[in-house]
Design a protein around this ligand. Structure first.
Ligand SMILES: *Cc1c(COP(=O)(O)O)cnc(C)c1O
Length: 425
């Protein structure tokens, strides 16, 4: 696009002083659908996917979109049509994949607390693999599979104990967090799994964290997983596929994660060096496919100057954009139609009754009540984590494709938020 493209957001740019996504003016989206509204660029999602596809050219790989990042049906449909499978973490996500037209045989099921009902549902549909995270889960999955006269395909999620150098709440591959089985006991756990009649060992899995912006943790994890594969196969248990999880970061605020294709060139070189280059691979990217494809448009409700702080109160809140409150995360915030003149320092906050309800602190903005702001990098872990706190209906969502705008989720009404509740007689 042109020189006014925003950093890390190739499909969002100012054209004639108005912010556009692909060929659509975001001010028009806010006017047509109201605010807050999430807008996602289809081209941005597909170009993020293309970076992985380039990286894996000529290899055997199944890319499974980690759909908890953004599970709107139309987003899933984009990835399903592009050949992706899905990494799911609940029976609800499984139902979404089916509703979006995704193929069960390209689904992998992750998560530390799968219920028997979820296992049964996934076994009956014939998913590709259960990424098992504990010995207790192995036993229960074995029982459920035997009761259905099936064999459950399993990988063990191994905890390679590498530090992904990211926020502690989104680091998952260290000792001391709840995910995966310990590296040291992995061969033992594999032997146990191989001995259970209701299970078929098919692979190995790891996922070390999220918003990872360096290659080193991946390279270290790869070494540790490949060593383990050697040991497991030496114990007589063939490993059909290796799943390296997701976790690649995006540019929120000048972050410089490796590009997916460059990262995978380095990782695949390691596989090649061990003669493993043609092994079946799987990956589970989430954030890196959708994060920078989305913005949340929100109107300024009031400006509230104060003695210590100036507040810019917007109509989106922590229930729409939970990442700042949850992990002190940073989103760029820019005006949809910038005003000429000086900026002032403001805290951008929502209307929810919590001091944790801030969206951006100490931002230089020149805005007035009624202006529309765009909260950037809002395609991942925003709408999928949204809640109805303060009885706020969840935002609308649109998918932008060239000059087309598709409403892909209607704004929730107040009545929607208490649907299913009952008064007592
Ligand atoms: C969340 C998750 C992912 C995706 O992580 P991103 O950081 O969004 O790429 C992949 N695999 C598992 C098991 C996850 O829990």
């Amino acid at each position: 696009m042109n020189a006014n493209t925003l950093p890390g957001q190739p499909h969002i740019a100012y054209q004639a002083n108005t912010l556009c996504m692909e060929n659509v003016k975001l001010a028009d989206v806010a006017a047509q659908f109201g605010t807050p509204v999430f807008a996602y660029s289809k081209a941005s999602m597909l170009s993020a996917l293309a970076a992985y596809q380039r990286g894996f050219a000529g290899r055997k790989v199944q890319i499974c979109y980690a759909m908890k990042a953004n599970s709107n049906l139309a987003v899933l449909q984009v990835f399903a049509k592009a050949g992706c499978g899905f990494d799911i973490v609940s029976g609800g996500e499984l139902a979404r994949v089916l509703a979006a037209g995704g193929a069960p045989e390209k689904i992998i099921f992750s998560g530390v607390g799968k219920t028997r009902a979820e296992m049964k549902q996934a076994l009956e549909l014939g998913i590709a693999c259960f990424n098992v995270e504990s010995e207790a889960e192995l036993d229960v999955l074995n029982e459920v599979a035997l009761s259905l006269h099936k064999k459950a395909p399993v990988s063990l999620r191994v905890n390679p104990n590498v530090d992904p150098k990211t926020h502690p709440y989104i680091s998952t591959g260290l000792k001391g967090n709840k995910f995966g089985v310990a590296h040291e006991s992995a061969v033992q756990t594999y032997k146990r799994a191989a001995a259970l009649p209701g299970l078929a060992v098919v692979g190995i899995d790891c996922h070390i964290g999220s918003q990872i912006t360096e290659a080193t943790p991946y390279l270290d994890a790869m070494d540790r997983i490949l060593d383990l594969v050697t040991d497991i196969e030496a114990a007589g248990i063939p490993i059909h596929h290796i799943d390296f999880g997701g976790g690649l970061g995006i540019n929120y605020n000048g972050d410089t994660p490796p590009a997916a294709d460059a990262l995978w060139q380095q990782l695949l070189a390691k596989l090649d060096a061990r003669g493993d280059g043609q092994r079946q691979l799987m990956i589970e990217p989430g954030r890196s496919l959708v994060g920078n494809a989305g913005v949340c448009l929100s109107d300024v409700v009031f400006m509230k100057p104060g003695e210590q702080k100036n507040f810019c109160i917007i109509d989106a809140a922590m229930n729409d954009l939970p990442r700042p409150a949850m992990y002190q995360a940073f989103h760029q915030i820019v005006p949809v139609s910038p005003r000429a003149g000086a900026t002032t320092l403001v805290d951008v906050v929502g209307p929810v009754c919590e001091s944790g309800d801030w969206i951006g602190r100490d931002r230089e903005l020149n805005v007035q009540a009624g202006d529309t702001l765009a909260v950037l990098s809002a395609g991942a872990y925003c709408m999928s984590m949204a809640s109805n706190y303060n009885t706020r209906g969840r935002a609308a969502e649109v998918l932008i494709d060239g000059d087309q705008v598709h409403l892909i989720r209607e704004r929730e009404t107040a009545a929607d938020t208490f649907q299913g509740e009952h008064l007592t007689p």
